[in-house]
Design a protein around this ligand. Structure first.
Ligand SMILES: [Zn+2]
Length: 320
């Protein structure tokens, strides 16, 4: 029998059928682990609710997955972002207390992204903004994205960052899908880019969540910090210190529930910055929850990861 619904799942994907139908050619080119195209194309909020009820998940925060809404076409990006965001807002409205969402915005289209951020936060009441780890190979610290982060910082908003493949890594190991190595490494690369560029230091009011345990960050943070000490830009852009900025970040547990991953996450991040995530519908929540449940945690830390940390980060959930 499923345990009482209490978990808050911050890594949960909405795949609106209109968005998927319009994008199926591009999405079909992306291999999503063992998921079939038919299953991806038939997602509904009811499927999420069924998986949530079976796995003790009270609330899921929907976000877009790769490849997102940016394909180099401004008009298409604006249309897809709006379609995705309005569908997500409807799911939240139709199922009170069960969903939230991180709205899609496309930073390469600065004006469009700024308008969508305003609409999503002010009108649709999004819980934050969902971004991908790179756009056209540009990591998130790219100077062209600075106005978008400046605006998100002004709004003291949560930014959820999901990995996508970096184009220069395509085919490096033939036959290996990017989720294996490239996704966590692109997450690590984009975090490094955000700290090197000073974006993190300039945006102290953004709370960043990075998927899958923050990629390889917990393992590599000391090395990144060490390299940064000898680099004038790195140091100059981070007056409070590189480690200070990195430790402000949050991560989720999706596909990061193994003992070595959790040990590294706990050794690097404050316990209050680790959040439960499932990666549904690409991954069923059951295995991750069972693995997490076997890992030795105090009841207080387990409750914090499963629920309390997300409530502190996303206070709207307390009243919904
Ligand atoms: Zn995901």
């Amino acid at each position: 029998m499923a345990d009482r619904p209490h978990r808050i799942d911050v890594h949960h994907h909405f795949l609106p059928q209109r968005y998927m139908a319009e994008e199926q050619e591009r999405i079909a080119g992306y291999k999503h682990g063992g998921m079939t195209a038919a299953r991806l194309l038939s997602w509904t909020p009811a499927q999420s609710l069924e998986a949530m009820d079976a796995n003790g998940i009270a609330v899921a925060i929907g976000s877009v997955s790769t490849p997102g809404a940016w394909f180099g076409d401004v008009a298409a990006a604006r249309r897809l972002s709006r379609m995705w965001n309005e569908t997500a807002a409807k799911a939240v409205q139709d199922h009170p207390g069960r969903f939230g969402f991180f709205a899609v915005a496309t930073p390469p289209d600065t004006d469009g992204a700024l308008k969508e951020i305003a609409y999503a936060l002010d009108t649709l009441k999004a819980d934050g903004i969902g971004l991908l780890s790179n756009y056209d190979g540009k990591s998130l610290g790219d100077p062209s994205f600075a106005p978008v982060f400046e605006e998100i910082n002004r709004r003291k908003c949560v930014v959820y960052v999901h990995p996508t493949m970096h184009p220069c890594t395509a085919g490096l190991i033939p036959g290996l899908i990017p989720q294996g190595i490239e996704f966590p490494l692109d997450t690590t690369r984009t975090i490094t880019s955000l700290v090197l560029s000073g974006t993190l230091a300039r945006c102290p009011d953004i709370k960043f969540i990075f998927s899958h345990g923050g990629g390889a960050l917990p393992f590599l943070a000391a090395r990144i910090t060490h390299v940064g000490q000898g680099n004038a830009d790195f140091k100059g852009n981070n007056p409070r210190g590189i480690e200070y900025e990195l430790k402000r970040l949050y991560c989720d547990t999706a596909s990061a529930e193994s003992a070595p991953q959790l040990a590294a996450m706990q050794a690097f991040f404050p316990d209050s910055h680790i959040l439960f995530g499932s990666d549904f519908p690409f991954i069923g929540p059951k295995h991750g929850i069972e693995t997490l449940d076997k890992y030795p945690l105090t009841p207080a830390i387990r409750a914090a990861i499963d629920r309390e940390n997300a409530l502190a980060l996303l206070p709207r959930l307390k009243t919904s």
